[in-house]
Design a protein around this ligand. Sequence first.
Ligand SMILES: Cc1cc2nc3c(=O)[nH]c(=O)nc-3n(C[C@H](O)[C@H](O)[C@H](O)COP(=O)(O)OP(=O)(O)OC[C@H]3O[C@@H](n4cnc5c(N)ncnc54)[C@H](O)[C@@H]3O)c2cc1C
Length: 404
Amino acid sequence: MGMKTVVIGAGQAAIAFATKLRELDSDAEITLIGDEQSLPYQRPPLSKKYMTGEMSADRLLLRPADWYETNRVNCLTRTAATRIDLETSEIICSDKSVPFDKLLIATGSRPRTLPEGIGGDLPGVYTLRHLADADQIATEMAEGRKAVIIGGGYIGLEAAAVFATKGLAVEVIEMADRILKRVASPDTAAYVKAKHEANGVTIREQTAIKKFVEFDGRFAGVELEDTTLVNADFCVVGIGVLPNVELAADAGIACENGILVDNTTRTSHADIHAAGDVANFEFRDARCRLESVQNAIDQAETAARAIAEEEVDYRPVPWFWSDQYDLKLQIAGLNSGYDQTVVRPGMRDGTQSVWYFMEGKFLAVDALNDPRAYMFGKKILELGRDIAPGQAADASFDLKALVS
Ligand SMILES: Cc1cc2nc3c(=O)[nH]c(=O)nc-3n(C[C@H](O)[C@H](O)[C@H](O)COP(=O)(O)OP(=O)(O)OC[C@H]3O[C@@H](n4cnc5c(N)ncnc54)[C@H](O)[C@@H]3O)c2cc1C
């Protein structure tokens, strides 16, 4: 009998882990414990092509149903893990317990919510994390209706773009002095904001909400801090996520803004690893948590290799993307700690990239409909080369020569 490996959470990281581990170890028993209805699926389309109706639910699935049998991966759906018992090395679920030799915690994250008591639980107020959320929001989408979105981050803005494209009136309310404040430069934010405004979306920045307004037992609008009323038919709250650490923390595993892991994905317990949105790892001498498909896949594959006793060292070049209208935003690297940005005009009109630096060292690039800038920026980071701010800003500077 092979090593018993169990994953709590059956999402993006779990599938990457199971695929890699099966490739490395044909004997391992692999069980995924997932609390959702569906087999594991990808989330990015939920605020993009699934929401517009261009992509069907079966195309969301990360693996077709017969993959699990072929690869001998036991995937439990509708099964919530409620406790990790370290004495008996078992995962306790509502109706069964599952023994493990090695465990991967890949429980992901959940949407942050607004303070209780202001009406955030009214029918008509949604967050967007699960397939079921997207399906419910879809029932609200009809031409001529009005959506209000709380939070100008990627998920809220992607939803805004879908609604506006479908002929809904849309208003985005952002508490900070600009959208995308946590994740992107003022230049990137201004570019994205202009796209939304050109598509008829109203963006209110530096605006806090006081409470949700109820009519007939349902959401009817929001009251802003300055008492302005914004009427709307439904609301999507996209104000960030919190890592699902509770199972780990209750078992005494070290957590701090996520489950703390080393560069082999191991937690403070030798037989327990973590990967994906929930894992907090060391990156450029600081700790971070990444909420991206790239990180979920690469970190989970690292965990599988570590469990298969390969030598590993997780030091990613992060990448991320967002689609809004005809805008393809591609990001390579991580801009945290940046103290300078420069804008590089793209080859085509209206395209550009924003390059981030810390003390003159290149950190990351946001490419706005400029796939070349993304590709070269990513390559520069992967090869460990550097580029000076003046070179990045100079559209005639040959990026290709730098990476060849
Ligand atoms: C709408 C939306 C759009 C996105 N767009 C992009 C994008 O464009 N690009 C990008 O890179 N990333 C995007 N992301 C982020 C990306 O989807 C996540 O970073 C990725 O899914 C993380 O993978 P994970 O395996 O860590 O978590 P998940 O894929 O969330 O999987 C975790 C699973 O664990 C389950 N779970 C939690 N607790 C338990 C428990 N106790 N027992 C059993 N199961 C449990 C959860 O229900 C979930 O199914 C988007 C996310 C959302 C929600």
